[in-house]
Design a protein around this ligand. Structure first.
Ligand code: SAH
Length: 241
């Protein structure tokens, strides 16, 4: 009895790891959020596909457990890396009373990596990844993490920077970072990484504060050393050249 939790990478087939592809090829059932199932369904014909809405994570796990107990090899898919704001944790939690089910996490390329590659090399030094979604995390905690990392001069990568209900969260986040960092810090946004319509834009932290982004965007804010070199965002590691 086995459940794989598989990271699909940012979108395209060329950024799906060979290991993830072989697991999906070998499983009986693929389950996941509708959008991700759509991304891969043509690549794996003949598989039973079970898609659920975005907010039905626990239900999705229960279905996966039920199918695994019936003897199916089940793959639960997440975008990027399944262990980074993905389904890996909740499957371990919901399946804890079924030790007979083996759970294996198959890593994928997370948006921080794939987005950094599009925008240049912003993450070559210490960095923090922070999600601005307060669905499962109190906003006060997000604020204190933003303040602590900005104060410590980390490069910051923001996931879930906006949604319909949270239009001003990026602005609020920038205001907190601006208490500790200069408005001139390089920043960048990358949208639809690895998908049709991939695009990026570089700006300053001050400009980012007044920029509207959507949920298909990953945001990068440099540290005090980060620079723009030929329209790419680069954080020097410290090498002399
Ligand atoms: N498990 C995923 C993250 C899920 S949280 C991963 O490891 O990448 C969802 C957030 O991730 C989005 O709001 C966005 O900030 C970021 N993201 C995921 N895929 C993306 C893509 N293809 N392009 C841009 N941002 C993406």
């Amino acid at each position: 009895m086995k459940i794989y939790v598989v990271g699909l990478g940012p979108g395209g087939a060329d950024q799906l790891t060979p290991k993830a592809a072989s697991v999906l090829q070998g499983c009986d059932i693929i389950t996941g959020y509708t959008v991700y199932i759509e991304l891969i369904k043509d690549m794996f014909p003949g598989k039973t596909l079970l898609s659920t809405a975005m907010t039905k994570e626990v239900e999705r796990c229960e279905i996966a457990i039920e199918k695994a107990l019936q003897g199916n090899i089940v793959a639960m898919v997440s975008s990027g890396d399944a262990g980074i704001y993905g389904m890996a944790g909740i499957i371990f939690e919901t399946a804890q009373n079924y030790p007979e089910i083996e759970i294996e996490v198959v890593p994928g390329i997370t948006a921080a990596s794939s987005g950094a590659a599009v925008i240049g090399a912003p993450l070559t030094h210490d960095f923090a990844v922070i999600s601005l979604s307060d669905l499962l995390t109190p906003w006060e905690k997000i604020e204190s993490r933003l303040a602590a990392t900005a104060q410590a001069d980390f490069v910051i990568c923001l996931y879930n920077p906006s949604s319909k209900k949270r239009k001003d969260y990026l602005e609020k986040a920038c205001d907190i970072i601006l208490r500790y960092q200069s408005a001139e810090l390089p920043a960048g946004i990358v949208r639809n990484i690895g998908r049709i319509g991939e695009e990026y834009r570089l700006m300053t932290l001050g400009e980012l504060r007044n920029t509207r982004v959507d949920m298909f965007t990953t945001v990068f804010i440099g540290n005090s050393q980060t620079k723009i070199i030929n329209n790419k965002m680069v954080t020097p590691r410290g090498y002399r050249y």
